[in-house]
Design a protein around this ligand. Structure first.
Ligand SMILES: Cc1cc2nc3c(=O)[nH]c(=O)nc-3n(C[C@H](O)[C@H](O)[C@H](O)COP(=O)(O)OP(=O)(O)OC[C@H]3O[C@@H](n4cnc5c(N)ncnc54)[C@H](O)[C@@H]3O)c2cc1C
Length: 526
């Protein structure tokens, strides 16, 4: 999604540094209505957001073919943010974030889960009134009017054996879909936002089918927003770009993602006052929660050499949500069995690769990914400088929660993953455990392995948290309106009040659908 400005008559501009200026979207005639601006940049810095953006998603098979998603990591289509050094041996990995029409929906692995009811109830309880499960359901369902979904059902015998092994270990078989909420201790084929191998990004699903852009919508590509403009009454009246100002007569909607939305707010004077002053930015509203409360999943993997060859795939075709221990009330591990070597490996620095024994991984190896699904560690996004072309500073502070919940969950999750692999159904498949290896047995060893090899789960959220005015760290109210100003909403992963136990994309799209109705005044007010 991208920043959007709407006007009184309902017209709007979709701005993005997505690089789709003057392009043909599949079978449509948008060309003349997409305005193109020449790319430009600020001064010099190694943390600069590259001023040139890559090509559009149109016709770009590396983007449109969902199976090729790992190829995009670290390319010119990826912001590829370096995160701050992490403590306790955790690698200083890179955070992917797409710079192509459709944002990260044009890069993601297309695993489609709706937020479990339990998590949406937690949103409501945390102060996001009106965002409980039943209120959100129609917006999840609305996605199916535009997007195609399909179950993976690859029938890969290795994955069939994994599903059976998970059932033998006590999980129930389920069909994950956009209505089923029975996700606790469940395993099944994943639901994918794909049609065949083609991804259903927001661009493919919402823009490509248009034979022409509606008259009230202008797409401005290769256009980086550098600041939100306010009038003397603290009302958002438009945005600044390197190519000039764009005015919005009704409101401005920020959808630049969990890293860039807080950065834009801070560059515009809305954020923690002391931080803004340090950078010489005039404070419009002291909003201490902007950029704080960064949440993310981590992802590591158990890896086995297989006893027999199998078809490799980059797609994530099976998923399991399980309790790491019998005393857990709800599933606290999100897991995927993948018929290939560790997909996160290309984001691991050398030390993590050594730990995992990357150099020695035989061709026929498969993985079980382990992610603590409701982590409690929180990090932050801050300004590196007042230069809008500098990447923000990002510190997820993985495994830093005071009580050690995330680390304990990781260790217990790795053990439970081994239990699943030890079931009779996988006996003909597991030749030997490669990573971490059977000699890694104690909690301490498993924790070290898990921390050293965990990469981002690609689900950053929470940096513009939605909630109740009584919470000083809240950034947007339940109608997604930024506190302390008028005419400005945020509609992206940043507004998540708490982490959800599954992949984040479908929930972000639900927020986008709901925001559209809030702007039009057609939502039952939360
Ligand atoms: C590699 C990867 C794999 C993933 N796999 C999955 C998956 O399988 N399933 C799942 O559910 N989720 C997955 N996700 C997560 C999911 O894609 C994100 O949660 C979701 O796309 C976030 O949506 P968003 O609107 O918050 O931000 P984004 O999708 O990141 O959109 C932000 C947009 O704003 C643009 N932008 C940023 N700054 C500016 C600016 N200053 N001016 C103009 N435009 C700007 C960006 O270019 C981008 O287009 C994955 C993510 C990644 C990166």
């Amino acid at each position: 999604m991208t920043p959007l400005g709407t006007s009184q008559d309902g017209s709007c501009s979709l701005l993005g540094d997505d690089g789709s200026g003057g392009v043909r979207l599949r079978g449509c005639r948008l060309r003349h209505r997409i305005r193109r601006s020449s790319p430009t940049g600020g001064g010099r810095s190694k943390f600069r957001v590259p001023p040139r953006s890559g090509p559009s998603d149109a016709g770009n098979l590396a983007v449109l073919d969902a199976r090729r998603w790992p190829e995009l990591l670290g390319t010119e289509l990826d912001y590829d943010y370096a995160i701050e050094p992490q403590g306790r041996g955790i690698p200083s990995m890179h955070q992917a974030s797409a710079r192509v029409l459709g944002g990260s929906t044009s890069h993601n692995a297309c695993v489609a889960f709706r937020a479990p009811d339990t998590d949406l109830q937690a949103w409501e309880l945390s102060g996001a009134r009106g965002w409980g499960a039943s209120a959100c359901r129609p917006y999840f369902e609305r996605l199916t009017e535009r997007m195609m979904f399909q179950h993976s059902h690859s029938d890969n015998p290795l994955l069939v054996a994994f599903l059976a092994a998970a059932v033998q270990a006590g999980l129930k078989r389920t069909s994950f879909d956009l209505t089923a909420q029975d996700v606790e201790d469940a395993v099944g084929w994943t639901l994918l936002s794909t049609e065949g191998s083609s991804r259903q990004s927001s661009s493919v699903a919402y823009l490509h089918p248009l034979s022409d852009l509606p008259s009230n919508l202008t797409l401005r590509c290769r256009t980086i927003v550098t600041r939100i403009l306010f009038d003397g009454e603290r009302r958002a009246i438009g945005v600044k770009t390197p190519h000039g100002e764009i005015r919005a007569t009704k409101e401005v909607i920020l959808a630049a993602g969990a890293f860039e939305s807080p950065k834009l707010l801070m560059l515009s004077g809305v954020g923690p006052a002391a931080q803004l002053r340090n950078h010489g930015i005039d404070v419009l509203v002291d909003l201490p929660g902007v950029g704080e409360h960064l949440l993310d999943h981590t992802d590591t993997a158990l890896t086995w050499e297989a006893s027999q060859p199998f078809e490799r795939s980059t797609m994530i075709e099976t998923a399991a949500l399980f309790r790491s221990g019998r005393d857990q009330e709800v599933a606290d591990i999100l897991s995927f069995c993948v018929p290939s070597t560790y997909a996160g490996m290309n984001q691991l620095p050398e030390e993590g690769c050594r730990t995992i024994g990357a150099a020695d991984i035989p061709e026929h190896s498969f993985c079980l990914h382990i992610s603590p699904s409701r982590p409690l560690s929180t990090g932050w996004v801050r300004l590196r400088s007042p230069n809008p072309f500098d990447a923000p500073m990002i510190d997820p502070r993985y495994f830093s929660d005071l009580d050690g919940h995330d680390e304990r969950t990781l260790v217990a999750g790795l053990r439970r993953g081994r239990e699943i692999a030890g079931q009779p159904a996988l006996r003909d498949w597991v030749k030997r455990e490669i990573a971490p290896g059977r000699d890694v047995e104690s909690d301490e060893q498993l924790s070290t392995f898990g921390r050293l090899t965990s990469v981002t789960g690609h689900h950053p959220c929470g940096t513009c948290k939605m909630g109740d005015a009584g919470d000083s760290m809240v950034v947007v109210d339940p109608e997604l309106r930024v506190r302390g100003v008028d005419g400005l909403r945020v509609a992206d992963a940043g507004v998540f009040p708490t982490m959800i136990a599954v992949n984040t994309n479908i929930t972000c799209m639900m927020i986008g659908e709901r925001c559209a109705e809030l702007v039009r005044g057609r939502d039952t007010k939360p």
